[in-house]
Ligand binder design. Sequence first.
Ligand SMILES: Nc1ncnc2c1ncn2[C@@H]1O[C@H](COP(=O)(O)OP(=O)(O)OP(=O)(O)O)[C@@H](O)[C@H]1O
Ligand SMILES: [Mg+2]
Length: 352
Amino acid sequence: MNDQECKVDYEQFIPRETGFIFKFEKKNNTFIHTFIEGKLIEKVGLCPELVVGKSLFEFLPADQALRKEAFYEKAWNGEHVNYEGSFGGVQYLAILNPIRHNGETVEVIGTTIDITKEKAREKQVQQMEKLSVVGELAAGIAHEIRNPLTSLKGFAKIVKESVSDQTLVPYLDIMLDEMNRINEIVNEFMFIAKPSENVYFQHTNFNNLLAECIHFMEPQANLKSIKIEFGSEDDIFLDCDRKQMKQVLINLLQNAIEATAESGHFIEVRLEEMGLESVMVTIVDKGCGISESRFKRLFEPFYSTKEKGTGLGLIICKRIIDLHRGHIDIESKLDEGTTIRISLPRLHSVDL
Ligand SMILES: Nc1ncnc2c1ncn2[C@@H]1O[C@H](COP(=O)(O)OP(=O)(O)OP(=O)(O)O)[C@@H](O)[C@H]1O
Ligand SMILES: [Mg+2]
């Protein structure tokens, strides 16, 4: 088989935009590349001159070259080999096909395709699985936790009211606070398990809903002397599940307050119409912002940078917004602040 034949063959199989073809032979016990072609070569930071006529060790770091050499060896021994790797930020799948002549391998043809996107999708699916495992766990144990917790809370209250030694009261307060916190976490688990249960769309004055949430969060903001400024034009109506949407807005306002340093700062909340069909809520804080590395993990369950954070707030927000067929977009710069935009369609079939 000559180069030309091989090229024509493989063009049918490899999308050249997303891969490359290469060939190697074994000469003096070393694998030497004889051919390489395809767009992915440049993307991974190589070029044919670096590869052709060279061994793996001449253009790859030693650890990577050693790993690949093992696959090359297998292919040279007649096996069809598949392996995954990453190079220059690209994740790829390589397939090695030995070409045999009279029972001897004469060369190996390798094809490499870019699977970066597929890997990202796979990670997303794993993420969802992680969530659904959490969900199943939640559904299974939340109930079991809630019942004894209710008795514990009840008895702790009785003890607090009747205790004669007043020095014990602060401890009982801490116990009650912590029990409330367990209760909140269990409720959040329950929500993640079955978020779509009981979505109840109602035609809603969204200005009022936002104002209520801001009013609810004001005492917390005041503690840090943070002002929440709310601006909107006319009253804007849309169909939403009021309870769930309040949960979204309160979660986001809470994050904004937690991110903002004390005194003198303000958080800006805007409500705007986006044409006839949708509405945009924007929450801007000038807080600590989110670093690039943290940003990538924002919607991971249990990812929190806060001592007392559960790391479920944003996921719950996203789930609710998804249920409303809306969209959440986060923009953030470390030490400068964060802007969150939520767009929501106005109309759903309303449950009256
Ligand atoms: N406005 C913001 N400014 C800076 N960082 C933010 C902001 N919003 C979210 N984050 C980052 O994202 C992480 C996840 O937020 P999320 O609301 O999901 O969880 P949490 O606030 O840590 O805990 P909780 O479950 O109690 O809400 C936070 O720990 C924080 O690091
Ligand atoms: Mg939060």
